[in-house]
Design a protein around this ligand. Structure first.
Ligand SMILES: Nc1ncnc2c1ncn2[C@@H]1O[C@H](COP(=O)(O)OP(=O)(O)OP(=O)(O)O)[C@@H](O)[C@H]1O
Length: 718
């Protein structure tokens, strides 16, 4: 039996080296960020070994004194909110960040316990030791270059032995690339059973990988002509030197872009004067500039080596170029919990470049992606890439392009700004039907107009729950038209005013412009229109309207399904998660339950379904420290006597009351004989956290004009 050994040095090393890179992904505020701090030069040691005096003089070693920070504030966003977002527990999950090819961005989350991984590693290590291979200094998920234990690297003790340990620590493969030796093989921690890692593609890959050096592939320092060529493209000798750009002389001289990992040459891509590209055979495909993003939380991705060099001229070193467009092999298994880096996609402006950006955003997670807007060249044309901007407009303009990068759009997640045009038309009453069309009967019109807006009322009140606890689930119910949505909107306005929270709204029943109106009226404390409901109160002025729009845009994010189908809870929560990570929202409203898609497998009861759905919502709330208000209607109440419904009356399942943290029933008096009909009863029927409040009823009065609520004494029974 293989003993389970306590955490072992190499494995510890693996864990340490593989989990640190992106730890602070979102937890930095813009002012403290030094995205472009100087990293020790990655100019390859071999370059120093080989380069000639001319090369040294061609590439002076002075470094630029000041590199720049991305200005996130410029984009109108505050990252401070992210600091409040607690991170998920990582128990039982090992994170591996692999620095080879596109995997560099994609951190794998491998669901094995630490013990399991340690044991597996020990078994694999023992098997390697039995074969004479010492893997103590090796990294998981990388091709490690060692001295071959079989041939000892020949006379020169060359590191010609490549050892690859798969990221699940179940497979190790090796090959010695010395022609005289060529020893190769593989071992697995577990030889049988399903969990055995067996990927012939990987095995083939390790067999093919060629170990190269500047000398072995005949690289030379750049000649004056090529230096002049780069100079014309505004790329300095210093940048070329730092990036180890060289040349190769064949039938003609070609530029050699050296691809390195940890300063070691891994591959080389050539470009001749006719813009023909080719790559060193049987070498690994990695990102160009990989070492420059190693410790970075913010990354720029471009589409070519010269664009990467151009970014450096503009002050951005934390940039990589994708080799040959979108890489074919990126894990579909995206990190589900902690993907938080800012990735600026600065691919070419043309259609393939935009398609590449879309593909990268999809694979890397849209919520952490930003995109650049290339400046206009003419009315109809934009500059096509980083180098063209650098050449035509200079480094300052390229810096601006990056500074002004915008959030990568996420389908289904909107800001109010996206609807400003429509909201303006609504305010200025250009739609023609804002105040409703007459029914044709004066008598009926007083009560009901065929309207795209519903008449409503309103007041300001002090919220009685001392604290709305982040990360909880509140179920809100009440008979139709009791004022649930109005009350929640007013609640959000209060919390925003007192605590500055931001919210994601998934209010399927509301038109955006109408929701904008209701929220703005509460915030500005003035009616949006001069209409029947506003009485003699003056509507908000244009200036107030503009301020209101600004506030809306900063406070709320909209989750909306732009096609006809009903959104599923998973879809809503995915977008809400993006809103948390991207905008730091602290509250989510889902209004109402019955507007979601509730398809369930035939063998699942509604009760089981509701239970599962509420678990998902609660998990989201806890994980992201985001309070969720979920509106659910009561089932049809036969012989309803006009009193507030019970939480057990919610249609679907008793789980609504059982699973929620807080349960609230909104009820309003509709009997003028019993008192004023604008009075609202907020029946708090369940409070899990006693610090947050307790069971009881609060009484509010609703102001029809502004939609505000204020505290009042309860109606005495007449
Ligand atoms: N206390 C009140 N007095 C008078 N009118 C009210 C009161 N509360 C809400 N209303 C009005 O009732 C209408 C419905 O309000 P709201 O949309 O908030 O109700 P709801 O309970 O969410 O309705 P539904 O169940 O249909 O979604 C609005 O026009 C609103 O202005």
């Amino acid at each position: 039996m293989v003993p389970l050994i306590s955490p072992h040095r190499p494995l510890q090393k693996l864990l340490l080296t593989t989990t640190t890179h992106n730890k602070n992904f979102f937890f930095m505020n813009s002012s403290s960020k030094h995205l472009l701090k100087f990293t020790p030069s990655v100019s390859p040691s071999s370059l120093h070994t080989y380069h000639s005096p001319q090369l040294l003089s061609a590439f002076p070693t002075t470094q630029k004194p000041n590199f720049l920070n991305f200005s996130i504030k410029k984009c109108g966003l505050s990252y401070a909110a992210y600091q409040k977002v607690p991170r998920p527990a990582k128990d039982g999950i090992l994170m591996f960040s692999m620095f080879c090819s596109m995997y560099d961005f994609v951190r794998y989350i491998i669901h094995f316990s630490k013990e399991e991984m340690t044991a597996r590693f020990e078994i694999l290590k023992k098997k390697l030791e039995a074969a004479g291979i010492d893997c103590d200094t090796c990294m998981v998920g990388e091709y490690n270059r060692l001295i071959c234990p079989e041939c000892d690297g020949g006379d020169t003790r060359e590191k010609s032995f490549s050892l690859f340990i798969a990221q699940d620590v179940n497979l190790a493969m090796w090959q010695c690339f010395r022609a005289k030796c060529g020893w190769r093989g593989h071992v697995r921690a577990f030889e049988s059973g399903k969990e055995t890692y067996s990927n012939p593609e990987e095995i083939a890959k390790v067999k093919r990988i060629q170990v190269i050096t500047e000398e072995s592939i005949g690289l030379e320092p750049l000649c004056n002509e090529l230096l002049a060529y780069f100079s014309e493209r505004n790329i300095s000798g210093e940048t070329l030197r730092r990036n180890g750009v060289m040349q190769k002389t064949g039938s003609e001289v070609a530029i050699a872009f050296t691809y390195r990992r940890n300063g070691v040459l891994v591959s080389c891509k050539y470009r001749d004067i006719n813009k023909k590209f080719w790559q060193e055979k049987d070498t690994e495909k990695i990102l160009y500039g990989l070492d420059d993003i190693k410790e970075e939380t913010d990354i720029i991705i471009v589409e070519g080596e010269i664009d990467k060099l151009s970014m450096e001229e503009a002050g951005f070193r934390n940039c990589v170029s994708v080799p040959d467009g979108a890489p074919s092999k990126v894990s579909e298994k995206m990190p589900s919990e902690e993907k938080a880096s800012r990735i600026i996609l600065a691919t070419d402006a043309d259609a393939p470049g935009q398609a590449l950006a879309e593909e990268l955003a999809r694979r890397l997670g849209r919520e952490r992606c930003w995109r650049v807007k290339w400046p206009k060249k003419t009315e109809a044309e934009v500059y096509k890439d980083a180098n063209e901007v650098l050449m035509c407009l200079g480094p300052h303009a390229l810096r601006e392009v990056i500074d002004q990068a915008e959030l990568y759009p996420i389908r289904g997640l909107f800001t109010f700004r996206d609807f400003f045009g429509e909201i303006d038309q609504y305010y200025y009453q250009r739609l023609g039907c804002e105040l409703g069309a007459s029914t044709g009967w004066t008598g009926v019109d007083g009560y009901y107009k065929v309207s795209i807006t519903l008449l409503f009322y309103g007041c300001r009140w002090k919220f009685y729950l001392e604290q709305v606890v982040p990360g909880e689930l509140t179920i809100v119910t009440g008979v139709p038209n009791s004022g649930k949505s109005e009350w929640i909107d007013a609640l959000l306005c209060n919390i925003n005013e007192s605590k500055g929270w931001k919210f994601a709204l998934c209010s399927m029943e509301n038109k955006v412009r109408e929701h904008a109106r209701k929220l703005m009226e509460k915030h500005m404390r003035k009616p949006f229109f001069t209409a029947g409901y506003s009485g003699s109160t003056e509507r908000m002025t244009e200036e107030e309207f503009e301020r209101g729009k600004q506030w809306l845009n900063e406070t709320f994010h909209l989750i909306r399904c732009d096609d006809d189908c009903l959104p599923s809870i998973t879809w809503v929560l995915d977008l809400a998660k993006a809103a948390v990570l991207r905008h730091g929202v602290e509250g989510l409203v889902i209004d109402p339950y019955n507007e979601l898609d509730h398809q369930r497998p035939p063998n699942q009861t509604e009760t089981e379904y509701v239970s599962q759905m509420l678990t998902k919502i609660k998990r989201f709330a806890q994980h992201h420290s985001c309070h969720v208000w979920f509106v659910a209607h009561p089932r049809q109440l036969h012989q309803w006597l006009g009193g507030p419904p019970n939480l057990y009356d919610i249609s679907g399942s008793a789980h609504f009351i059982n699973k929620c943290d807080n349960g609230i029933v909104i009820h309003r008096n509709r009997n003028p004989e019993k008192g004023p009909i604008d009075q609202v009863q907020v029946c708090v029927r369940k409070v899990r956290n006693k610090v947050a409040g307790g069971i009881g009823d609060a009484h509010l009065s609703y102001n029809r004009i502004t939609g505000e609520f204020r505290d009042v004494e309860p109606i005495k029974d007449r």
